[in-house]
Design a protein around this ligand. Structure first.
Ligand code: ATP
Length: 254
């Protein structure tokens, strides 16, 4: 159909940082993803938009090895990663910010940040820890003043910042975020997106941003996919998504 627009510029496979091809994922016999294909080029911010139950979280769980696809490939930096365990996928350079952050509430801010370095070897950690912490504090200065505070006592915005900062501690090449705007005020969402984009472009990290808040995601996305009932129903640049009347009224109007 016409509305399934193709990426206008032919893309060489080696330009792709992440390529998801024909992914089919089931929970028992219930199909959650139906031949989903998408790609992220190096340094790009790609949004996956969709309403409740569209399959966004399933896509991220499959990407990070928590779910196994029944069909399809996931290629990251030229390597097939589908079916690999999460620990291996994280070591290859994908960091995830799960929905709600999934922080360790009873642990301090600094211990949560340190947990983000676990994919590193001991020597790498020793060498890189202070630079990583500096980046985290330069990006989210509020965290520095909360270091010994338990994560569960942080505000929603601070928690989300900590979740992003923790993901960046592992020195990822691509960060995948599940609804980082959830529960934040519109002002904080805008600020969060701006900080995320800045830090990732400074560190040359690609972003896969799964969001129900299309307006917020499209502020920083270079390219977007719309997921509906487990299928990609539309894809295009931010401008193409915004200027499509049916997408606009479903996801951006009101
Ligand atoms: P939301 O924005 O509400 O989190 P989503 O786009 O992330 O939605 P998913 O959580 O990926 O959607 O769910 C996709 C489909 O798979 C839904 O129909 C959902 O009910 C189903 N599903 C998700 N998790 C499971 C599970 N553990 N067992 C069975 N079905 C599931």
């Amino acid at each position: 159909p016409d509305h399934l627009q193709k990426d206008p510029t032919p893309t060489q496979i080696q330009d792709l940082h992440l390529a998801v091809e024909d992914l089919c994922v089931f929970y028992g016999e219930a199909q959650a993803l139906n031949h989903v294909s998408l790609s992220v080029k190096k340094g790009q911010t790609v949004a996956v938009l969709g309403s409740n139950g569209a399959g966004k979280t399933t896509l991220l769980r499959t990407l990070t090895g928590m779910l196994r696809p029944r069909e399809g490939n996931i290629v990251f930096s030229g390597l097939n990663i589908e079916g690999k365990p999460p620990s291996e996928i994280i070591r290859k350079g994908i960091a995830i910010v799960p929905e709600g952050g999934e922080l360790f509430g009873a642990m301090s801010v600094s211990d949560n940040l340190l947990l983000g370095t676990y994919p590193m070897s001991r020597s790498e950690r020793k060498e890189k820890l202070s630079a990583r912490l500096k980046t985290a504090f330069d990006t989210f200065p509020i965290l520095k003043s909360r270091l010994s505070q338990k994560a569960e006592t942080l505000s929603g915005g601070e928690r989300q910042m900590l979740a992003v900062a923790r993901a960046l501690m592992s020195n990822p090449e691509l960060v995948a975020l599940d609804e980082p705007s959830l529960g934040l005020s519109p002002l904080l969402v805008t600020e969060m997106m701006r900080l995320l984009k800045n830090v990732c472009s400074n560190m040359s990290i690609s972003i896969l941003l799964v969001e129900q808040n299309a307006k917020a995601a499209l502020k920083i996305a270079d390219y977007a996919y719309v997921l509906e009932r487990g299928e990609v129903s539309f894809q295009g640049s931010g401008r193409e998504v915004v200027s499509n009347p049916s997408i606009y009224s479903a996801y951006l109007g009101g």
